[in-house]
Write a protein that binds this ligand. Structure first.
Ligand code: ASP
Length: 344
């Protein structure tokens, strides 16, 4: 078989790479060789597949920004040698990692497809094999002129290919574990994989890949709820070194009208803290000023996060703060889509 197209499989950990420890009954990482022994079908694919494994492979609950840098560094150093990349990753923070990597890889013209599974590879009913096989096929898919069909960072799970920075984990136990609430799917798998090019990034002329691994995690996420106390808000906003906050508000971006809430937010933005407003609802967008209850936020200098997911807002902020010390530049870039993560 002439295997012209090549894909690099990057094993980082997660349930997909785990097996049951017979002594404790709990799930722990398998090694690369054992994992690959569960995937003999890889040899039958018309794609040249190489595998690289993180050491150690981790449960994705332990993911931090240096782990994203490791993924990006692996892709950057192998970029010219492969047509596409598949990242096997735990499901718990997959949407954060896919969002982060989408901001870190600029001028991407090859697919970077994240996938994982709800059940470990070795289990009889596991969803792992199907997810891996579909992800590889998508990472290798090209048009008649040899251009990648999905030249962007995406997540494949169960039957759907979704833009990475639009995706959220929605279920702890369904095989259909992820959802892109505010953006259409990029492809759907059934008997065939059906691609939707109208929703997928286009690359007119491939440019050299730019990989940026700078992050600043001096941020906080503040979720409002009825009864939230001023001391909690104040303590969060006065964390030493804090540079930005993701504020999770109600509905279309609404928050309590209490004076103290406005004062705390205004004092924080006056100190230079960037505050971005996203909704606790999964579907739809923040529309500041639609209700009186969001006018105060606007007056306090809070910015709209439009329809961004929490995962996209958190990683976009860390990425921008890591790259710009100038607050105005952070604000300017925050308010525009960088790689399809929001509609304005
Ligand atoms: N805790 C696991 C992880 O995120 C869950 C999974 O992979 O499904 O690594």
């Amino acid at each position: 078989m002439d295997k012209k197209i090549s894909v690099l499989l990057i094993l980082t950990g997660g349930t997909i790479s785990m097996g049951e420890n017979p002594a404790t009954g709990s799930l722990a990482p398998l090694g690369k060789e054992q994992m690959l022994s569960y995937l003999p079908e890889l040899d039958q694919l018309p794609v040249r597949i190489s595998t690289v494994s993180f050491d150690p492979m981790i449960d994705s609950s332990d993911v931090a920004p240096d782990f994203w840098a490791q993924i990006v560094e692996t892709i950057r150093s192998e970029y010219d040698h492969y047509d596409g990349f598949v990242v096997l990753h735990g499901t718990d923070t997959m949407a954060y990692s896919a969002s982060a990597v989408s901001f870190m890889l600029r001028d991407l013209s090859k697919p970077v497809i994240f996938t994982g599974s709800q059940l470990p590879l070795g289990m009889l009913r596991s969803d792992a094999k199907e997810n891996v096989m579909n992800a590889i096929e998508i990472a290798a898919a090209q048009d008649s002129e040899g251009r990648a069909l999905v030249p962007e960072v995406a997540i494949f799970f169960e039957t759907s290919l979704m833009r990475g920075n639009r995706t959220t984990k929605k279920s702890t136990d369904n095989f259909n574990a992820f959802r892109s609430y505010n953006y259409p799917v990029l492809a759907k798998s059934g008997v065939h994989i059906k691609y939707f090019p109208e929703y997928t990034h286009k690359v007119d002329k491939p440019l050299p890949l730019q990989a940026n691994t700078q992050f600043d995690n001096n941020i906080a996420v503040l979720t409002i709820f009825p009864g939230l106390r001023e001391e909690v808000v104040q303590a969060t906003l006065e964390v030493p070194g804090l540079r930005a906050v993701v504020l999770k508000t109600y509905g279309s971006g609404n928050a309590p009208q209490a004076d103290w809430f406005y004062r705390q937010l205004k004092a924080a933005t006056d100190r230079g803290i960037v505050i971005v407003n996203i909704s606790q609802c999964h579907t739809g967008s923040v529309e500041m000023g639609r209700y009186e209850t969001s006018l105060n936020l606007q007056k306090a200098g809070v910015l709209s996060g439009h329809d961004m997911t929490l995962e996209a807002a958190v990683t976009k902020l860390m990425h921008l703060l890591g790259n710009y010390s100038d607050r105005e530049e952070v604000v300017r870039q925050l308010q525009q889509p960088l790689c399809g993560e929001m509609n304005q």
